[in-house]
Write a protein that binds this ligand. Structure first.
Ligand code: PHE
Length: 481
């Protein structure tokens, strides 16, 4: 049975959802993807997807959580029962749990790099260092399985401790301290970068929209990024939604989450590119942008060690507030389903995900190119796991949109959304047609790049189609009209 926990305040869900959304996706992934894809045009597609696809799915996912008041797996089981829908919809919960487990495994390793750089910055080790030294330092870090494992372990333990303390004492209290601090630090870093960097170049890079700059691959990445950055399609938002106060507004909250998340990404982008351009460096460095290019910019600037250290603390805080939302859905499921205590459930989730994370650790060294894994899958274990989540998250998002759009009745949705008929119609059109079509488009276009996954991806799409056409589904739909 569900524990029917509810957040302490009406606004706590917003805090928790923002905590989940704002993370490495905003500070690390968004700037480097934008840099690689030529700036403004990428942002345009990203912003459009956030509004047309992200927000409607965010509303849908929160709604499923709050309507069931259970962890994603048990919640979907409950909803399929109460709606006489096919139990196959439960796959939303399972896909989510699998994604959470997979994402946490590599998220924790990458967040671990930020521990290393916080240390390097605060001790002033990089002050005055040149590009070759800083680049080599990053390579040495990646080449050391021991060091990577140490940081990965520290990060995942810290996240586990917070979730283990419960949603009130651990998650709420943690977020209440961390989130305001993060916003303050972000503004300090922005002010510093305006003073020391080239703000005008950053602004024109980010806000000059030239669609011709954008490759097809860039389109796909922009869409994938909008799912990742809003934590959509994998149960985190659903798990937090299960604790949301019944009288908090779904639509307003979803807009606020998307707005803050986008604003943080933009501010981070402006700050990082100001520093990077100010130091005359290249924006298109890829994943190394934050760990090589940015430290280099700090190395040349006044108080760079201190501000750089503070910046990496920001990265760490944002990563922890996201990783706890990856642990919560699975831990809550283990508590509900197997009657474990919360600390036991967190322990199981964290240890399993930690162990899987070791694959990411060795992807950068012992199992880098040339390993049997590479030979078998044509990519590193880390790339493989990331690819899986890039398939699972949009797939989960699409199923959530379809279930909320087609299986839930008008009156139920209205009970949760409590909004005017016009917005309801717009929302339902978006989740019924636009969001699924956008995701299907992404999948179809991705296929040529991942031929090896053609069959599974097509299979998944066919299963989705079968759900949509299943008799139970049609019955649920008809009864509402
Ligand atoms: N949204 C987080 C980020 O931007 C990542 C995340 C994805 C967190 C999915 C939870 C669930 O870093």
């Amino acid at each position: 049975m569900s524990t029917h926990n509810v957040w302490t305040h009406k606004g706590t869900f917003l805090l928790a959802a923002v905590g989940s959304a704002v993370g490495l996706g905003n500070l690390w992934r968004f700037p480097y993807l934008t840099g690689e894809n030529g700036g403004g045009a990428f942002i345009l597609v990203y912003a459009l997807t956030i509004f047309a696809v992200g927000i409607p799915i965010l509303i849908a996912e929160t709604m499923l959580g709050r309507a069931s008041r259970r962890s994603p797996i048990m919640g979907m089981r409950f909803l399929t029962r109460t709606h006489q829908a096919s139990r196959a919809w439960e796959s939303i919960g399972w896909l989510g749990a699998a994604s959470a487990f997979l994402i946490l495994s590599f998220y924790s390793v990458i967040a671990g790099w930020a521990i290393h750089y916080t240390w390097l910055m605060l001790t002033g080790s990089l002050v005055g260092a040149d590009a070759a030294t800083i680049g080599a330092g990053f390579d040495v870090l990646l080449a050391s399985p021991g060091l990577l494992t140490l940081y990965h372990t520290l990060f995942i333990i810290a996240s586990g401790l917070i979730v283990g303390m419960g949603i009130h004492k651990g998650i709420e209290n943690g977020l209440r301290i961390m989130m305001p601090a993060l916003f303050v630090i972000l503004l300090v870093v922005l002010a510093y970068s305006i003073a020391n960097g080239d703000f005008a170049a950053a602004a024109s890079f980010l806000f000059t929209f030239n669609l011709a700059d954008l490759s097809l691959e860039g389109w796909l990445q922009a869409m994938g990024q909008s799912f990742f950055t809003l934590s959509l399609g994998m149960g985190a938002i659903m798990a937090y939604g299960a604790y949301m106060a019944s009288d908090a507004s779904l639509s307003r909250t979803a807009f606020a989450v998307a707005f803050v998340d986008t604003a943080v990404a933009m501010v981070a982008g402006l700050a990082i590119f100001s520093l990077v351009f100010g130091a005359g460096l290249d924006a298109g460095a890829g994943p190394g942008l934050m760990f090589v290019t940015l430290p280099l910019a700090f190395a040349e600037m006044p108080f760079g060690g201190l501000i750089g250290g503070v910046f990496f603390i920001l990265v760490l805080g944002a990563a922890i507030s996201s990783s706890i939302s990856l642990i919560e859905p699975v831990a809550a499921f283990l508590v509900e389903r197997f009657d474990l205590t919360r600390p036991q459930a967190v322990f199981v989730m964290v240890v399993a995900s930690w162990a899987l994370g070791l694959l990411t650790v060795i992807s950068f060294n012992t199992w880098a190119e040339g390993s049997p894994f590479h030979a078998l899958f044509g990519r590193s274990a880390f790339d493989f796991i990331e690819l899986l989540t890039n398939i699972f998250m949009p797939l989960g998002g699409m199923l959530i949109a379809l279930f909320a759009g087609w299986a839930l009745t008008h009156s139920e949705v209205m009970k949760e959304m409590r909004t005017g008929e016009t917005w309801f119609q717009v929302w339902r059109f978006l989740v019924r047609f636009v969001a699924p079509a956008a995701v299907a488009f992404v999948f179809l276009r991705t296929i040529p790049q991942v031929e090896g996954y053609l069959i599974p991806t097509l299979g998944a799409l066919i299963i989705v189609g079968a759900f949509a056409a299943s008799r139970t589904f049609l019955a649920g739909n008809r009864q509402e009209q």
